[in-house]
Design a protein around this ligand. Structure first.
Ligand code: 3PG
Ligand code: CO
Length: 553
């Protein structure tokens, strides 16, 4: 039985409107020409930085500070928002899958047993992101799963790949496909009929999120389930090389692998098993729905084979989706949002579609929906669909700013929480000029929200979930930009391992509140207790410590 009542903070008052602003993909790094945040005009964020060390500091947003396996793991939005919302560090999907594979427990669970009942007569299909990015999936985990499943009776295996170029360098897809092909060749030598069956770029095929564009999922469905795609190849390496002539890894069009008779080698059929091997939820939920739901009207599936489906993890704890999974997800319970609602803190959360679930679903521990609809309002601003965001780098920053401003001025909410996506979404395109525009737009949105906070005498907390826009090139160990064989600068489309800023302020911030200097390793998980304090409460004991103290002058 959870006791939801939070203790009153000894000195800090309740009832101040608090704006909680998360800049997506906004890290701190050396100022140079590839640091788009530095290059951009960002007067608001610059002035917040002037408040250091009492009102501005850096916090950790990658590696173990957010529950990832190693310090080499860059941060990402899922683990970042989980930590921000939950106030504690949970071993995340990447790590849980590692552990389950290393111990072999993955093969003893119900999920694996369920799918393995198809191994005798059916095909095992593995669908997921093919890279070593470690954000949504990891190649080494796929390799172990292939080996483990074949050793446990899978005789026919088809892999449906999604190429990356977003969490890893563009162009790296070719190498990943080659590695996978050589693994599959080894399986074939051992008598397993194993092949790549279909593919496509992650941003164009399958991995949409938050129902932004169901066509993305449909394109994948047609290739994976129906064996139909505009491009047909007999070899996946050749497919990726050829399709890269007109698109980058993120946006490769869908293709299927066919045999000598032009017949697709691996559509999903009755009696087959399917595993989506991504551990991260947001970009697998839509496919999971298409695979699992009987009633489904998002697109015409045409063919709905009777399959046994399991996710690598369960992707949505509230929807229990999918029902079967190979590894139990982190049990992110007692999140700050749930506590605050129980203590009467009225909450407004907003972003545009592509990041909407970050400040709701991820924030609340991978749980969809409200804790208490009477206390909360979540507003989604529709994202532009069918474009890459370097074309519209301002995205909906202004609209998010306006919605937050209106929510603040309405005085109907105690916490107004937003995610401003620009630095991240445009940073992922690798377009440096556009990312500079993006950062400026994000800064303007912050200003709009802070101005509203000034008007109502409130408090603001401005932070970020992980780095991205502050470094747009791959570098050697001494920090010099790297060039490829043809002399081209190697653009970094991915996140980084940089720390992120956190700033506090506003007329409602009580006198004497400042950042403590005894939590030097503070990270995103320390923000929840900090925010609870600013709402006038003390965080539960097992939360990571607050970043602030109150000094009497
Ligand atoms: C994506 O899903 O877009 C990237 O892999 C990670 O970006 P995010 O963690 O910022 O969402
Ligand atoms: Co990102």
């Amino acid at each position: 039985q959870v006791s939801w009542k939070l203790a009153d903070h000894p000195t800090l008052p309740k009832g101040k409107t608090l704006a909680l602003i998360v800049l997506d993909g906004w890290g701190e790094d050396k100022p140079d020409e590839y640091n788009c945040i530095h290059v951009a005009q960002t007067p608001t964020m610059d002035s917040l930085k002037q408040g250091a060390p009492e009102k501005w500091r850096l916090i950790r947003a990658h590696g173990k500070a957010v529950g990832l396996p190693t310090e080499d793991d860059m941060g990402n939005s899922e683990v970042g928002h989980n930590a921000l919302g939950a106030g504690r560090i949970f071993a995340q999907g990447a790590k849980l899958v590692d552990i389950a594979l290393a111990s072999g427990k993955i093969y003893e669970g119900e999920g694996f047993k369920y799918i393995s009942e198809c191994f005798e007569k059916g095909t095992l299909h593995l669908i997921g992101l093919l890279s070593d990015g470690g954000v949504h999936s990891r190649l080494d985990q796929l390799q172990l799963l292939l080996k483990g499943a074949s050793e446990r009776g899978a005789k026919r295996i088809r892999v449906h790949i999604l190429t990356d170029g977003r969490d890893v360098l563009d162009g790296s897809s070719v190498g990943f496909v080659e590695t996978l092909e050589s693994d599959l060749a080894k399986l074939r030598e051992n008598g397993v009929d194993a092949q790549i069956a279909s593919g496509g770029g992650r941003m164009y095929v399958t991995m949409d999120r938050y129902e932004n564009d169901w066509d993305v999922v449909k394109r994948g469905w047609d290739a994976q389930v129906r064996g139909e795609a505009p491009h047909k190849f007999t070899n996946a390496v050749e497919a990726v090389k050829k399709l890269r002539e007109n698109a980058n890894d993120q946006y490769l069009p869908p293709f299927v692998i066919v045999d000598e008779n032009e017949k697709a080698v691996g559509p999903i059929e009755d009696g087959d098993a399917v595993v989506t091997f991504n551990f991260r939820a947001d970009r697998m939920v839509m496919l999971a729905k298409a695979l699992e739901y009987q009633d489904f009207d998002k697109f015409d599936r045409v063919k709905v084979p009777k399959i046994r489906y399991a996710g690598m993890l369960q992707y949505d704890g509230e929807l229990k989706l999918p029902g079967r999974y190979l590894v139990s997800p982190p049990e992110i319970d007692r999140t700050s949002g749930e506590y605050l609602v129980h203590n009467g803190v009225r909450t407004f959360a907003c972003s545009e579609t592509v990041k909407f679930g970050h400040v709701t679903f991820f924030w609340n521990g991978n749980r969809s929906g409200y804790f208490n609809p009477e206390m909360e309002e979540y507003v989604e601003i529709p994202s532009d669909v069918g474009i890459t965001f370097n074309v519209q780098p301002k995205m909906k920053a202004l609209e998010i700013g306006e919605k937050a401003r209106d929510a603040i001025l309405s005085r109907k909410f105690d916490q107004v929480r937003v995610n401003i996506p620009n630095g991240d979404m445009v940073g992922h395109t690798g377009d440096i000029q556009a990312t500079v525009v993006a950062c400026k737009a994000a800064d303007e949105a912050v200003k709009m929200i802070i101005d509203a906070i000034e008007q109502v005498g409130g408090i603001y907390v401005v932070t970020a979930d992980h780095g991205n826009a502050e470094d747009m090139v791959k570098r050697n160990k001494s920090g010099q930009p790297l060039y490829d064989k043809s002399g081209k600068l190697q653009i970094l489309t991915s996140h980084t391992c940089q720390p992120v800023p956190i700033a506090i302020g506003g007329p409602g911030l009580a006198a004497g509140v400042r950042f403590r200097n005894d939590v030097p390793d503070g990270g995103l998980a320390n923000v929840a207790a900090t925010v609870m304090n600013l709402h006038g409460y003390v965080a539960p004991n097992d939360y990571e410590p607050t970043l602030i103290e109150v000094v009497s002058n």
